[in-house]
Design a protein around this ligand. Sequence first.
Ligand SMILES: Cc1cc2nc3c(=O)[nH]c(=O)nc-3n(C[C@H](O)[C@H](O)[C@H](O)COP(=O)(O)OP(=O)(O)OC[C@H]3O[C@@H](n4cnc5c(N)ncnc54)[C@H](O)[C@@H]3O)c2cc1C
Length: 432
Amino acid sequence: MFVSGPDTRDARRRVVIVGGGVAGLDLAGILGRDPALDVILLDHATSHVWKPMLHSIAAGTHDVAQVEVPYVAQARHHGFTYVPGRVDGIDPVTRTIGVAPFSFHGRELLPQRTIDYDTLVLAIGSVAAHFDVAGVEEHARHIDTLAEARDFQAHVAPRLVEAAQTGVPLRVAIVGGGATGVQLAAELVQIADIADDYGLGGGRKSLDITLVDRGDRLLPAFPERISSAARTRLEGLGITVRTGVDVSAVHESGLQLEDEVLPADLCVWAAGVEAAPLAATLDTLQRMRNGRVVVDNHCRSISSPDIFAIGDCAAFGGSEDGSPLPPTAQVAFQQAVYLGRWLPTIVLGEKAPAFRYRDLGALVQLGGYDAYGALGQFGIFGRGFLRGRVAQAGHAFLYRRHQMRLHGIGPALRLWLAERIAGKARPSSKLS
Ligand SMILES: Cc1cc2nc3c(=O)[nH]c(=O)nc-3n(C[C@H](O)[C@H](O)[C@H](O)COP(=O)(O)OP(=O)(O)OC[C@H]3O[C@@H](n4cnc5c(N)ncnc54)[C@H](O)[C@@H]3O)c2cc1C
């Protein structure tokens, strides 16, 4: 089933991409069309999902079976090689990467391996940052990966049903008032509403959600107007929002706040962003405190000319105020498109334009209840706001555009149609 990793080299330049997420999988598909390149994509997962969907997979409002893209199939159709495994070391001097043994459903299929590269692209994404808060690792759940989102769903579904049956609400504390925490809170309310519709009872009364953030408002990356509208909407859904509150520890039974304990049956850590763990091992590359690899205006590491970094794991200083671009799907996508077009030119030492980020705005969706959008500098309407169905359509469009890029317009339209038809025939949510 899997390609174990090429051990022979041909004359083509070998480009190894680590991470098949929003940026890496898109880039692999573009570069795979170039006959002068031998493109290898590594990922420790066997399938890709659009990460901005993980909160809905975690809540169970989206069935993952409909949206997974197996890497083997994608590689077969788009001219690159997929190698499964977690990269656990990179040596820029010998230009080799170490790949940990790979197990599939508990069986070790591939041993520890070494793969060499001419050009390496890091697209390993990010995880929530723990800020050295005690107990996060042991007692909080995360939804940074598909595996974590699935685990979360499997954990929450029976407890929600139990809460509906017993009448004792499930107490959920979510730390982090950014897009992930806000969207997860709304999706959890939605799955409780769906459970009620299915006749399980309980509804919103079976959930007691508190969203905690140390900042003075939710969604700090959005304009104030969207923060306060989202807060009002969440509170209307029965969610308690507490801002300006520091979490000093996570216990098995809740959150330690400044001078009180917030009891919770389930704590979710969705605060802060740092580069995926591999970045912490890359001692020879210049990185920021949060592990993001510092890159130049061609998305190339400023310490190692054979290594590029894109998406959440890269620190590209291209914001209006000179700070690194935000870790968003929009940045990841634009950097993939840029390197897809210019990487072959850059590695030959020829002149290429600098990457320029076009801020098209940001969207946040509160389940099926509402959505908000702040249009960026390059939006058709200038710096404006969206709300409701238009914003929901914009949010859905981001995913559809991603599908079109991965599969082509025709197959993406067929997938959309198939989802619509399946949605009419069976429930799209998952309470099993
Ligand atoms: C719940 C949630 C909701 C979000 N909503 C939005 C939104 O609405 N809008 C928006 O713009 N952004 C949103 N984001 C952020 C967005 O998902 C990221 O900015 C985007 O996915 C970054 O793309 P990437 O390619 O850099 O990383 P990712 O898409 O995270 O991909 C990284 C890949 O690297 C692989 N990987 C990591 N380490 C290794 C290793 N050592 N070896 C092999 N493979 C490895 C991972 O398996 C993964 O496939 C959301 C994020 C979350 C978690």
